[in-house]
Design a protein around this ligand. Structure first.
Ligand SMILES: [Zn+2]
Length: 265
């Protein structure tokens, strides 16, 4: 199945109508040139129906298409996972666990965990990229009812002085200082440019606040970073909105899942 951008709800429903179709999509993402045994490199396999495993005809290794992805060992069907990724990619403000629970008919805890696994994949995907020509600023921002100290790293477009890519990190403690990464300081910009950069930075922060206040209801500090990661992931791909489902599916296949114990430990 060719990858399709900007799927309407009806098209999505039609295309990803069964778990088998979702699994076939993952198969093609994982082995774009046909099955290759992860153990011996053999190209022939038998599909073990019922267990959804691909058994190598040579060494008998049983490969799973979800191993090493955020879907691995999940009791939730692939069809529901695909729906979750689709809904996350469609809504500019993200989706709350309560809304996802209702849309795909799972319990609240399952919806919550699925969304955090997706957010973590977003974070890991953005960590793949190094930001260049950065400005780094420390900001105190009110999110929910509390003030949070954030470090905002922004790559500035040399043509427009607007933020191009952003990473936002929650400061853990009072002593947490900006890391010396050799980034250009805001003070190093000439006055007019500094003003322009700050204007855009404040706009970014203001948008981030309204988006987070719409979806970040738990108010707990320990998960705020994942919500910031989701905001940045979306912001960094704002010009590729139509491709967001495919990009997010790619990230979901590339990274293994964060566990409930890791999230709550
Ligand atoms: Zn093999």
């Amino acid at each position: 199945m060719a990858k399709q951008n900007n799927l309407s709800l009806l098209s999505f429903q039609k295309i990803y109508s069964t778990d088998t179709i979702c699994r076939e999509r993952l198969f093609k993402m994982r082995w774009p040139n046909g099955f290759i045994c992860p153990k011996c490199g053999n190209k022939h396999y038998y599909f073990l129906e019922g267990r959804n495993l691909y058994q190598c005809s040579n060494c008998k290794y049983q490969a799973s298409v979800t191993a090493g992805t955020i879907f691995h060992k999940s009791r939730t069907s692939l069809k529901k996972w695909f729906w979750a990724i689709y809904l996350v990619s469609k809504d500019k403000g993200g989706i709350s666990a309560l809304a996802l629970k209702k849309h795909i008919n799972v319990c609240y805890q399952t919806a919550w965990l699925m969304l955090h696994k997706i957010r973590n994949a977003m974070n890991l995907r953005d960590m793949d990229y190094d930001l260049l020509t950065l400005v780094e600023v420390k900001k105190r921002v009110i999110i929910g009812k509390r003030k949070k100290d954030l470090v905002i790293e922004v790559a500035i477009s040399s043509k427009t002085d607007r933020p191009k890519f952003a990473k936002v990190r929650l400061i853990e403690g009072e002593g947490d200082k900006l890391a010396d990464k050799g980034y250009k300081k805001l003070s190093e910009y000439e006055k007019n440019k500094r003003k322009e950069v700050m204007r855009w930075l404040n706009l970014l922060i203001s948008n981030m606040r309204s988006v987070l206040n719409g979806t970040y209801h738990c108010g707990c500090r320990e998960h705020l970073q994942l919500y910031l990661d989701e905001y940045c992931y979306r912001f960094n791909r704002r010009f590729w909105e139509k491709e967001l489902f495919n990009r997010l599916l790619f990230a979901s296949v590339k990274f293994k899942a964060i566990t409930y114990a890791e999230l709550t430990g």
